[in-house]
Design a protein around this ligand. Structure first.
Ligand SMILES: NC(=O)c1ccc[n+]([C@@H]2O[C@H](COP(=O)([O-])OP(=O)(O)OC[C@H]3O[C@@H](n4cnc5c(N)ncnc54)[C@H](O)[C@@H]3O)[C@@H](O)[C@H]2O)c1
Ligand SMILES: [Zn+2]
Length: 696
């Protein structure tokens, strides 16, 4: 390729990566590769400015705005940051700052570079009035409703908010706040929350989220803020902007924001020279893994605002700041074996067993390999030397094979064709990454996991049976299915015990049923009979039926019998229920073993009817008509709108199809829905027209 072709090629590739990253929350390459390509393009453009493309990613903030949200213009542009992976570049940056400031003294503030999504929050008279994404830097998406779900974001400043941590310096009083100001920060999904969501997804058979950053970005872009609230997003604020300057330095603004109740990470530090910056970088290289969120580097900012102004901006980023990015922590070690774990839904997950190696401060012995495709993609063989990396995630992953160190010892990995636990031939459905053991009733790990699912707090809440006790009951033949729990008697349990060998530590652990334990367990089992129906439905362990779906099904159908007898068609009418869920529910209740299981639970006295907000029939003016809505309404909340539709005999559909009779269009309607409705000639009505239909 000649330089021009190279420039065009790089421009197109980077624009495509940007599009996937910002629009679809997908990383097609890792950040290091992306940054390297961008640096290559910058160098080429400097050398051959005549070939530079008008849509070059080197001069623009990478994001875009989306059609689903209202577009808002930023009062102050939201820029990117220059970045580097090397200390030499940092020294260069420091020299540029020194030169730019003509010999004045200066200080830096170092902060962690939080790996999430840039957010801008606008406050008017102390009240949060707008929350937006960075978008293309000039315009962003208005995601105020989603940002309001973040508990640490104050909706009003000054009213009863406390600093998240104490700082020695004194901060200005809230009274000093200008009537209009903006704070900026990084929205993120805490690692523990990311883990929790993925466990839950694994539990109900959903594909796992790739990493916390992309998960956060995807979550902020969801239309349903109720769903957003369920993922406990968080946000660290790191910048304050207003028309009138109330601070002289960045440091003052951090201290004040914290004092006013904004969530400011306490990890920042003032550094008087670049050596101190280096020390900060070294200190946080491994310490950052103890933080509750993913970080990918540190940000260095000139402290004084007047000096920031003197240094100014490029088209894309401030000259007074730079990001130093850590290369992903990698280590190489030998792959000794693969453990194939069978989950509750029968999905087989390979886990790599490694020669223990030190990585980012912890000893790593296991790494995730996801599925058979991943093994193939990596081209990894048994006894290969592999690279393990710790990125934003908690579990390290294998990122590649050191082919230079492959020897005759390396053996192809033969993916099992039968279940490692029960020997049944594995199956793989079209379009699925996992192999499954279809022996749902008889496969021991599946059975065990079904119990664990059933007893969890959000299902039947019999957690006193956790930690090896279920295993023991199964072992002794006391229970086969969770329904058997309801037949247990004190005399069955008293005195049984088992000694487990804990693999990790090599120590023994005794699980025994003493009098007190037995009493607790039986009480919890008895109490579980009054757990709400939605918990029971979730506890059944139907694939794809998580908590939220269970609640929606219960709200819609009201009883177990109605759900058992529902056709796919009827299930599809439940809000947010697609064909995948509908099929899975019908298939599950069609199985005779499952039917018997359900009947035994009924006999045991579990709740089979929803504490239904019984929709009181108001009339039948909407009978036979189907509805869907988009946007927000002056007279109804979403819930009210839904119940009014039902109360008047109408049906809510989950998506736009030819079957839809009316799309009710509110304020801030989703343009994609409107477009689709137009395409399919679905009549669109406003709130007033809908209200008129109710009265008829
Ligand atoms: N893998 C991919 O396909 C892909 C594609 C596009 C972008 N990217 C990654 O994203 C980067 C570009 O994104 P960018 O333009 O947002 O730049 P950036 O993420 O490197 O830096 C700017 C951002 O840093 C964030 N930030 C975190 N902590 C901060 C702090 N303490 N102070 C100030 N800002 C802080 C802010 O959100 C800010 O917008 C690339 O360098 C690349 O690493 C990756
Ligand atoms: Zn099996």
């Amino acid at each position: 390729m000649n330089p021009e072709e190279q420039i065009i090629d790089l421009t197109n590739r980077l624009n495509q990566y940007n599009f996937q990253y910002y629009q679809n929350s997908i990383s097609e390459v890792d950040d290091f590769t992306f940054d390297k390509l961008l640096a290559d393009l910058t160098a080429l453009e400097n050398q051959y400015p005549e070939f530079r493309q008008p849509d070059s990613p080197t001069a623009r903030v990478g994001g875009t705005i989306s059609k689903e949200f209202k577009t808002v213009y930023h009062r102050f542009p939201m820029l990117s940051l220059g970045n580097t992976y090397s200390e030499e570049d940092l020294i260069e940056f420091d020299k540029r700052v020194q030169k730019g400031l003509n010999g004045q003294t200066y200080e830096y503030i170092c902060e962690l570079k939080f790996d999430g999504v840039a957010l801008s929050l606008t406050y008017e008279n102390g009240v949060l009035v707008q929350g937006a994404t960075r978008g293309d830097g000039v315009r962003g998406d208005d995601i105020t409703n989603n940002i309001r779900t973040i508990r640490t974001v104050p909706l009003r400043i000054g009213a009863g908010h406390k600093a998240t941590h104490t700082q020695p310096e004194s901060a200005p009083a809230v009274a000093a706040l200008p009537a209009l100001f903006e704070v900026r920060g990084e929205g993120f999904l805490p690692l523990a929350e990311f883990d929790r969501i993925n466990k839950e997804r694994e539990d109900i058979g959903e594909p796992l989220l790739a990493n916390p950053r992309n998960a956060a970005s995807g979550t902020f872009k969801q239309q349903d803020s109720g769903a957003v609230a369920k993922r406990r997003l968080d946000c660290y604020l790191y910048s304050f902007l207003s028309d009138t300057d109330i601070f002289q330095t960045h440091e003052e603004s951090l201290v004040a924001m914290n004092a006013w109740g904004f969530n400011v990470s306490p990890t920042w530090r003032k550094c008087t020279d670049i050596q101190e910056v280096m020390a900060y970088i070294n200190e946080w290289e491994t310490k950052r893994f103890d933080l509750p969120l993913g970080t990918d580097g540190i940000v260095i900012k000139v402290n004084r605002y007047d000096q920031q102004r003197d240094l100014g901006y490029t088209a894309k980023s401030p000259r007074w700041a730079i990001a130093f990015k850590y290369k992903a922590m990698a280590a190489s070690t030998e792959l000794n074996g693969i453990q194939y774990q069978v989950g509750r839904t029968g999905a087989v997950t390979p886990v790599a067993l490694l020669t223990p190696v030190l990585l980012a401060g912890t000893i790593v012995k296991r790494a995730s390999l996801h599925n058979a495709n991943e093994i193939e993609r990596l081209g990894v063989m048994m006894h290969d030397t592999v690279f393990v990396e710790k990125g934003g995630e908690i579990i390290p992953k294998i990122t590649g094979v050191d082919l230079n160190r492959r020897t005759d010892k390396s053996q192809p990995i033969v993916y099992p064709t039968t279940c490692p636990a029960c020997g049944t031939a594995l199956v793989r459905k079209e379009g699925e990454a996992h192999f499954y053991c279809p022996n749902e009733q008889g496969c021991p790990p599946q059975r065990q996991a079904r119990f664990e699912h059933f007893i969890q707090r959000r299902a039947m809440n019999i957690e006193s049976l956790g930690e090896g006790k279920i295993e023991l009951l199964i072992d002794r033949g006391l229970v086969q299915t969770p329904a058997d729990l309801y037949d247990l008697k004190a005399t069955d349990l008293l005195g049984i015990e088992k000694v487990f060998l804990v693999e990790e530590t090599g120590k023994k652990r005794v699980v025994s049923f003493r009098e007190k334990t037995v009493e607790n367990i039986l009480t919890a089992i008895e109490r579980s009979k009054s757990q709400p129906f939605a918990n029971v439905l979730f506890g059944l362990g139907i694939r794809y039926v998580g908590n939220t779906t269970a609640e929606k099904l219960v709200d819609y159908f009201g009883s177990m019998d109605a759900i058992m007898n529902a056709t796919q068609e009827q299930l599809l009418a439940v809000p947010d229920t697609g064909p995948r869920i509908a099929e899975s529910v019908v298939a599950w209740f069609g199985d005779t073993a499952n039917q018997e299981f359900v009947e035994r639970l009924r006999a045991a006295g579990l709740q089979f009817v929803g504490e239904k907000k019984v929709v009181e029939q108001e009339g039948d003016s909407l009978t036979g008509k189907t509805f869907l809505y988009t946007g927000t309404f002056a007279n109804f909340s979403r819930e009210e709108l839904e119940s009014r539709i039902e109360a008047n005999g109408g049906k809510l559909l989950s998506g736009i199809s030819k079957k839809l009779n009316y799309l009710i269009v509110g304020e801030n309607a989703g343009p994609s829905k409107v477009e689709k409705a137009k395409k399919l000639n679905v009549p669109m009505i406003g709130e007033d027209e809908f209200m008129a239909m109710l009265v008829v």
